[in-house]
Design a protein around this ligand. Structure first.
Ligand code: ZN
Length: 143
């Protein structure tokens, strides 16, 4: 069980979390909510992150197997990857390979919100249309 007890709904082939406003992420340790356990993710780890204005990660890190994709959804800040500083803001999407030594900080005046997706580097074999299967019947919404 993850951090979202009571906020997750699931069916045979889905699970959905109702997290509410991303500002509420401050209630989780480090402003970080991991979703793997609550949503039973099997190919990725995803975290939702709120970094308060003027704060930074207390360490830098790399990964053993997983690349990370950071999607900034609100606010702005900077990433440091192998000593190179990268400005990010709402709409920035940054991929860091396993061996990238990374750290980040929020803007001094503005919180930064981002989604981080971890997936095994070089594992993707099919994507978009090559993995989709068109179901041969009309879509029928419940009344
Ligand atoms: Zn990481």
């Amino acid at each position: 069980m993850g951090d979202l007890a009571g906020k997750v709904q699931s069916g045979q082939n889905y699970s959905v979390a109702h997290i509410g406003s991303l500002e509420g992420l401050e209630q989780f340790k480090g402003g970080k909510l991991f979703l793997k356990e609550d949503l039973n993710l099997t190919g990725t780890e995803i975290s939702l992150n709120r970094m308060a204005a003027g704060t930074e990660t207390p360490f830098s890190h790399k990964h053993k197997q997983n690349e990370e994709i950071y999607i900034v959804v609100k606010g702005k800040g900077q990433f440091l990857v192998d000593g190179e500083m990268i400005e990010v803001q709402e709409g920035s999407v940054l991929r860091v390979a396993t061996d990238g030594d990374r750290a980040w900080r929020a803007d001094p005046e503005e919180d930064m919100y981002f989604i981080c997706i971890q997936a095994k580097q070089d594992s993707l074999e099919q994507w978009t249309a090559t993995d989709g299967i068109l179901v041969q019947r009309p879509v029928s919404w419940p009344k």
